[in-house]
Structures are given as C-alpha cells and as structure tokens.
Design a protein around this ligand. Structure first.
Ligand SMILES: *[C@@H]1O[C@H](CO)[C@@H](O)[C@H](O)[C@H]1NC(C)=O
Length: 383
C-alpha cells in the first residue's frame, strides 16, 4: 500500500467519525443602502455529509446585541431582512449554523448611508456682552462623513472658524455688537445637506452707534456713477468715515455726510466698501459689496505673423472683462475664413497647413453682456 493511499484512508476515517462542521457562505457579503431602503442577506449551507445537516440557522449582530425591531429573520432562519434601514442598523451581522458536527459562522457588513444630523453647542440663542470671547461648536453625524462650514445669514464676509476632529467651531475672540446676527452651520454629504442656526445677540451700550448701508450689493457698469448711503444711529450722533476693504478708496470719490459717491467706476473699484460710524460709546461697521462689470478688452497674440506655405498658424484672441466672453473670428475684406481653420471656445484660431491664400488681416471680436470690442492681426504668407 503506497503512502498517499494510506493517508487518504486515515483521513476518511477521521472524517467520518468526527464529521465536518457545516460549510456556509453568505450572499451578499456586504451591502450599502440609503436610510429607508431594505435589503436581505442569505446564509447558504452546503451539505457535505449527514452530520453537517444544520440543526439550527441563526442570525445575530456581530456585537451580540439583540437584532433591532426592523431586522427580521425568515421562517427557516436563513434569510435576514432589514426593512426601512435606519442609521443604527449599520454594522456587521453574523450567520451562525450549528450541526451535530460543530458550528460555523460567516459575517456580512451593512452600510447605511444617511444625510447629516447637526448639533450646535451651545444651542442658542446666545446673549453676550461686547468684548466677550464667544465660540460655538458644530458637530455632525452622517454617512459618508459630512463636511462642515459656517456662514452668516445675509453676509458674505469671511468668518473665523477652526476645524478639528469633525467639530467645526466659529470663534469671536472679542465679540462686537456688529457681530449680532444669525449664524448657520452647514453639514453636507452625498445624502443631503442639513443646517443648524444660532442667533447671537451682543448687547449694545445705550447710545452706541448702529450703522447700515444701502444698497448692500451693487452691480455697476464701468464708467457709471455709484452712490452708497450710510445711516447711523447713536447718541451722541456718530461720525461717519468710509473706507474700502484692503485697499484705499478710489481717487474719484466724494464723501458728503453719510453719502459716498464714486464717479466713473472701473473694474479695479470692485470690492467691499465700509461705513464706520463712531462715537464715544464705540463704533459700528456696515458693508456694501460692489462688482463692476466691463466690456471685454481684446488683443491678439501674436500681433503680426510671417509664415511659409505649409506652416502651422496659431492665433490667440485674449480678452479681459466680465465673463462669459464669446469670440468670433473673421478676415477683413474677405467673405470667409479658410475651411481648414479650426476655432476653439477659448479664442484660438488654428490652421494646420497654411496656403498663400490664407494671407490677410484677421479680426477677433470678443463679446459679453456689456458690449464687444475687436482686435486685428496681419498674417503674411510667402514662399
Ligand atoms: C472703525 O472705527 C474704529 C474706531 O475708530 C476702528 O477701531 C475700526 O478699525 C474702524 N474700522 C474700519 C474698517 O476702519
């Protein structure tokens, strides 16, 4: 008797005495559902011999906690169904099959995605005194992990926030009465966006200034005149000063009490204008956001080009101004461009192999909703 045959007999002997624990598999091994969806997992037992016949098929939570109410097991124990999944159903589940020969287990993973839930600490409304250090923490739960951000209702000004370990905190080292308002924490993931609001009320001393501007948002066309008005209350009546955020006021400006007049505005005058009302009790700032729109300023690169027949021609039309900008190309005094000319949305004109007949003056017209301007370039092709 050769050795391998002997080993096989020995193996069969042990096998038939002890039997074999059931061979099981699960289907699917992992599933991802949205909150409110349902999913089933099946535990499949492969019969290998009579001892592996399952006496019991059971589903459990992998952490051995009881199955939640919305998680049902079918009559023969093999199918686990999660009905209307809730975030708490997320986790591993285990199929346990016992037979005379032993026990086998297999795990499945359920991922339940859900829109963020947001919590603020403190929850507000928050009443504070001028000069106090104030911070509000925003925490969110959700799957996938949400991203957090803060904004102030009705304002585009930057806020001071700090993010650390899924907590985004808004901070006021020394709060000012102008910081009074509603602050919103936004939490966003693929399942949705949730926000939480807090009102912060900073007590003002009696008589301290309160400034407001009109309009708070301005879209002006280049060359026009813009008037911004600032109203300030307070006692004694506050003194009003005007400034521009991170820049000096345009030199073509006049101030008359609370009225700021900007004559013939240009693109560089876009930005935030600040009215500052000051009296002995303190100050108050109000912001006005101005955007100046301009027609395109057009140039072509290069401004002259000499080529030989067969060379490649590339002209780039460049335009500064309010977007979107459209480009159109033509040839001065000629009905049309070469049929081989290729035009791109970003203002390029390309001819892979020029012919003598492609010579001429090329014109680019750049247009936006304010107006249009043009530029030309000479193309000389000679053998
Ligand atoms: C407004 O005036 C106060 C008091 O003079 C000053 O501290 C503050 O920096 C001013 N704000 C701006 C934007 O100039």
């Amino acid at each position: 008797m050769d050795l391998s045959r002997g080993a096989l007999i020995l193996f069969s002997l042990i096998y038939s005495v002890a039997g074999q624990a059931p061979v099981i598999s699960v289907e699917p091994r992992a599933a991802t559902v949205r909150k409110g969806e349902s999913v089933s997992f099946r535990c499949i037992v492969k019969l290998t011999d009579s001892n592996s016949r399952p006496l019991e098929v059971q589903w459990k939570k992998a952490n051995n906690q009881a199955l939640p109410d919305n998680v049902k097991v079918g009559p023969d124990g093999s199918v686990l169904t999660v009905v209307n999944a809730v975030p708490g159903n997320h986790g591993q589940y285990r199929c346990v099959v016992s037979s005379a020969a032993g026990r086998s287990t297999a795990n499945v993973m359920l991922t339940v995605k859900y829109a963020p839930k947001v919590r603020l600490t403190p929850s507000g409304p928050l009443r504070v005194r001028k000069g106090e250090a104030v911070s509000v923490e925003c925490r969110a739960q959700g799957r996938p992990n949400p991203t957090l951000s803060w904004k102030r209702q009705g304002s585009t000004l930057k806020l001071v926030t700090a993010e650390e370990n899924d907590v985004n905190t808004i901070k006021f080292p020394a709060i000012h009465p102008d910081d009074s308002g509603v602050y919103i924490c936004l939490a966003e993931n693929t399942e949705g966006m949730t926000e939480a609001k807090i009102e912060i009320i900073v007590e003002r001393e009696p008589g301290s200034p309160v400034a407001s501007v009109t309009p708070t948002e301005i879209t002006a066309v280049e060359g026009h005149t813009v008037i911004i008005e600032c109203q300030a209350s307070g006692s004694p009546p506050p003194v009003i000063t005007w400034s521009k955020l991170r820049a000096p006021l345009p030199w073509k400006h006049t101030v008359n009490g609370g009225v700021l007049t900007l004559t013939s505005v240009g693109r560089q005058d876009s930005g935030q204008y600040i009215c500052n009302a000051t009296n002995i009790h303190g100050y108050s700032e109000a912001y006005s956001d101005m955007e100046v729109e301009t027609p395109p300023y057009t140039t072509i690169l290069p401004d002259q080009v000499r080529l030989q027949p067969g060379d490649a021609l590339q002209l780039q039309c460049l335009a500064h101004g309010t977007h979107p900008i459209q480009f159109t190309w033509s040839r001065v005094g000629r009905p049309s461009l070469s049929p081989t000319a290729e035009l791109t949305n970003d203002g390029k004109l390309l001819i892979a192999k020029v012919k003598q007949s492609d010579s001429g003056t090329y014109k680019c017209v750049a247009t936006n909703h304010i107006g249009s301007t043009e530029a030309t370039t000479r193309v000389i092709i000679r053998a």
